[in-house]
Design a protein around this ligand. Structure first.
Ligand SMILES: C[S@@+](CC[C@H](N)C(=O)[O-])C[C@H]1O[C@@H](n2cnc3c(N)ncnc32)[C@H](O)[C@@H]1O
Length: 268
């Protein structure tokens, strides 16, 4: 079963008092950022999956597999085991989780962009006899339309850097998690080796926008994606942000020489 509900959370105030946000390398008003991010994903939605493969040479699949393997969803949960994949887009991560859980599993895919969710829901309809349902919900990571303590796992892949008030999103993640529940974030990170970093920079700032132009017909959204990676905190700083919001046993795994990092933390 698959359904798609519009219960967008709107914009919540983090109470941080900050009125500016980074949109790639641009400094924009907080109130402006989400609209700009939405435009990016409106533009790329139908080509998003194809571009992911082209940009990463298919590596994004292995990174997502690694996050779900580390999460280790239960094969045969005795009671309902619910996962929430936020900024879930076209549902790549949700399907991986759903495929691992047997009966008694459920995955909610939440994303602010209905175009991305529509692609995900269409893919879901073509899945072969799924045992674990995926539900599609339009929602802002900063104001999730879910009750407190309602999910066993919260995942977010390549999503958190697009969120305007990261602190608010982390607080929401912790609120909806059950005690003992796990938060996992897969995100682009910082490459260690200077020589690899140089190659990576040339590739990111030149080849990726060019691929965007060729495949999606517009290079600009991909310039934003590359810039937003550079403005995201390094693994130590993001781990500290998680701890500040109350996550415990925080740990990090870096993959592909630091191109991406997976953060894990628990609500205990
Ligand atoms: C790079 S895509 C990642 C999609 C998917 N998780 C994946 O790994 O393929 C980023 C997603 O974040 C979503 N997004 C951006 N801001 C959001 C917010 N405030 N709340 C929820 N989703 C958001 C976008 O609509 C987009 O689908």
């Amino acid at each position: 079963m698959s359904n798609k509900t519009d219960i967008s959370g709107g914009v919540a105030n983090s109470g941080s008092g900050e009125d500016r946000a980074a949109f790639g390398f641009r400094d924009v008003a907080v109130a402006e950022k989400q609209g700009l991010v939405n435009q990016v994903f409106d533009t790329v939605a139908t080509r998003y999956d194809m571009m992911n493969d082209a940009m990463s040479g298919g590596l994004h699949r292995a990174w997502k597999d690694a996050m779900v393997a580390w999460l280790a969803p239960p094969r045969h949960p005795r009671a309902l085991w619910r996962a929430l994949d936020v900024a879930g887009g076209t549902a790549d991560v949700a399907f991986r989780i759903a495929d691992k859980v047997g009966a008694n599993g459920e995955v909610i895919v939440a994303d602010i962009n209905t175009d991305m969710l529509t692609v995900g829901a269409e893919r879901d309809a073509k899945r072969f006899k799924p045992r674990t349902p995926c539900h599609f919900v339009t929602a802002n990571a900063e104001a999730l339309p879910l009750p407190d303590n309602s999910v066993a796992a919260y995942t977010i892949a390549f999503g958190i850097r697009n969120v305007t008030r990261r602190r608010q999103a982390l607080a929401e993640a912790r609120r909806v998690l059950q005690r003992g529940g796990r938060f996992m974030c897969l995100e682009f990170s910082q490459v260690d080796l200077p020589i690899v970093r140089e190659f990576y920079d040339v590739y990111s700032f030149n080849v990726i926008p060019w691929l965007g132009q060729q495949i999606a017909g517009d290079g600009e959204p991909y310039r934003y994606l590359v810039e937003s990676i550079r403005t995201f905190p390094n693994p130590g700083r993001f781990a500290a942000e998680m701890e500040r919001e109350g996550f415990e046993n925080v740990s990090v795994r870096r993959l592909t020489g630091g191109v991406v990092a997976i953060h894990s933390g628990f609500k205990l």
